[in-house]
Design a protein. Structure first.
Length: 475
């Protein structure tokens, strides 16, 4: 090779090197320090957990990588909850912790999204003026644009606020799932019920059902990626379909999803007692993948309190639903949400709630003290129950429910359950954890090869949280 050839070779090489790296170099020149990291903190319910998977999907598509510390992140995202006063206040204490860091790192972009963002943009601007983006739960299709705009504007000035609760939620936003075996799938967004105490209809907007084909398509792709279980999510899944052109309801949707081959289990939450149909109970009985678990929030066991809450059912109606469910599906586990100390709740009315718990014997309950949410009807109601009384009532119902749940679990020791194995138990080496169809946690000795499988596990010891078990072949 003569010297001319060598020179030509080198020029060609250099040229392809530039071509190969030019786009990246260009990026680096446009956005200095762009090995970007994001920190995402999720508060609240499963809706927020699912939304955070979308937020993470958007960030990762933009080239951001996750980090476990807000201090290291270029973008810090708080996905927030305001269902009670406590998570609302928690956001502001977390933002307070960031104040100094933001002073030192003014290019760090702070985003508040989720339910607090939707209803409290003004409060966020007043109490944490260094927040860069405030974006409501229906507006995540505009998240990437808001980030780009903020980067262009720099860190000074007014925050970008996007809180349009009438926006239709688009299909096909990127998603970065946190779990491998079991996934959340939205069925409806928003809520139309306006229970007197509840902020959710104000934070999430009016109810919108997803098209059945979109839901089924999402589940099909999850199954293709190896998922074995889906939990269908909505504030009131039983009203699914009322706003669709096609005349379909939630039972029809379950039947469609049940047809998907290789999907082992379907769960759903939340069912509203005023809309739960016999058709749905029949679907739960007849469709093999639908788990024997019904989450049916009672909220109170007293008719007058239920009326003032605007729940739209009586205790007798609720009781009738429980009986109808147990008649059709004998092994069904029924769980609930309850609230004590609703404005005006007397000792006697509270005792009716206690009696309801004794009669029904829930497998599990999420129990709360009523918390005033500004803007709701209940916030205007007289006769607020003193904190100490609420606390006492909560402790009483928690103690009762814990006894019941332990007893229900104890009665099932020795029984063999079908368990969907989700992961290794982080606290006990050599043990795996999974759930029964009735949504009880089971921890048992086994190897990671079992992850994603349905295995029979015998319950050996019962606890409040579930069971310790063993594979039946073990002695
Ligand atoms: N859509 C679901 C509930 C979503 S909010 C349903 O209709 O059941 C989850 C739970 O938080 C509610 O079931 C209720 O028990 C509780 N909750 C809602 N607002 C509350 C408030 N203001 N104070 C205390 N608990 C509340
Ligand atoms: Fe809130 Fe009632 Fe809607 Fe549930 S159904 S989200 S409690 S308003
Ligand atoms: Fe969920 Fe909290 Fe919003 S419970 S819907 S994240 S207010």
């Amino acid at each position: 090779m003569n010297i001319l050839h060598l020179a030509l070779e080198l020029i060609t090489l250099a040229h392809s090197y530039v071509q190969l790296f030019a786009p990246r170099l260009g990026d680096i020149l446009t956005y200095p320090k762009m090995a970007n990291r994001y920190y995402l903190d999720t508060m609240g319910c499963q809706m927020n957990e699912r939304d955070s998977e979308t937020l993470a999907g958007i960030l990762e598509q933009l080239g951001y990588q996750p980090t476990a510390a807000a201090a290291d992140a270029d973008v810090v995202v708080f996905n927030t909850c305001t269902v009670r006063a406590k998570p609302h206040h928690k956001l502001f204490s977390k933002l307070g912790e960031l104040r100094r860091i933001k002073q030192r790192q003014p290019n760090k972009i702070i985003v508040v999204c989720g339910c607090v963002a939707q209803i409290a943009a003004e409060e966020i601007r007043r109490r944490a003026p260094y927040v860069d983006i405030i974006i409501g739960p229906r507006n995540y299709s505009r998240f990437a644009a808001a980030l780009a705009q903020r980067r262009q504007l720099g860190s000074s000035g007014e925050p970008i606020v996007v809180t349009d609760d009438r926006e239709t939620i688009p299909e096909g936003l990127p998603v970065c799932r946190y779990t491998e075996i079991s996934a959340f799938v939205n069925v409806t967004y928003g809520c139309n019920n306006f229970c007197a105490y509840c902020i959710v209809p104000y934070t999430r907007g009016r109810e919108q059902s997803r098209q059945m084909t979109d839901i089924v398509g999402e589940v099909q792709s999850l199954v293709a990626a190896g998922y074995k279980e889906v939990t269908l999510l909505g504030q009131n899944v039983n009203s699914y379909g009322h706003d669709l052109a096609e005349r379909v309801d939630f039972a029809d949707l379950l039947a469609e999803v049940d047809q998907i081959p290789s999907l082992a289990r379907i769960r759903f939450t939340t069912s509203h007692p005023k809309d739960l149909s016999v058709k749905l109970l029949a679907a739960m009985r007849d469709l093999p993948s639908v788990c024997e678990h019904l989450h049916l929030p009672i909220q109170a066991g007293d008719d007058e309190v239920l009326t003032r809450m605007g729940r739209g059912y009586t205790y007798a109606h609720y009781r009738g639903l429980v009986d109808a469910a147990r008649q059709r599906i004998p092994d069904i586990a029924i769980s609930t949400d309850v609230m004590v100390g609703f404005p005006g709740e007397t000792d006697e009315q509270f005792r009716n709630t206690v009696r309801a718990f004794e009669e029904i014997r829930f497998s599990q309950a999420f129990m709360f003290k009523y918390s005033d949410r500004p803007g709701t009807r209940a916030a205007q109601m007289p006769d607020k129950v003193p904190e100490a009384v609420k606390q006492r009532r909560l402790e009483q119902v928690v103690a009762l429910q814990n006894d019941i749940a332990r007893e229900i679990n104890r009665q099932q020791v020795g029984k063999v359950f079908e368990v969907l194995v989700e992961r290794a138990d982080p606290k006990s080496p050599g043990k795996m954890r999974g759930r029964t169809r009735t949504n009880k946690l089971m921890i048992f000795p086994g190897g990671e090869d079992l992850i994603g499988q349905l295995v029979p596990v015998q319950a050996e010891a019962a606890y409040l949280w579930g069971f310790l078990g063993k594979l039946p072949s073990e002695s």
